[in-house]
Design a protein around this ligand. Sequence first.
Ligand SMILES: [Zn+2]
Length: 136
Amino acid sequence: MAKTLSFPTIDDRKNVHGLINLYSLNKISRDDFMRFVANIISKYKIGSFPVFGYSVKILQWYKDVPVIAIKSDIIADVCPSCGSGTNEARYLRTEKENFDLDYDVISLNCLGCGCVYAAKGENHRTNKKMKVEVIK
Ligand SMILES: [Zn+2]
């Protein structure tokens, strides 16, 4: 039986962060990104895996492909690390759908500095236009 760890090592946190960056740069597929991250965080018996200013967790599995949720405490308008706009970030996932608001919470990976953060993404549930643009 594999040893179960209780708190993420700095190397594993770096590895998760690195995988997100590789995916954003199209170096690995979305499925591989999700699988590799799941392999790392499955070593720990914690619900939510802290990385750098955000946390990841396995939300559910579709057959053998996990869905990795990414959560930041702060919803930012621009990259909280380098100030680049959301149009210079890779869209990762819609993390929270707001059915009563005109935006969803999305996770982004800044292509300028690699920071992972949450932002508001227009959800077309009202006619109001928001300035947020995401690269899909
Ligand atoms: Zn940045």
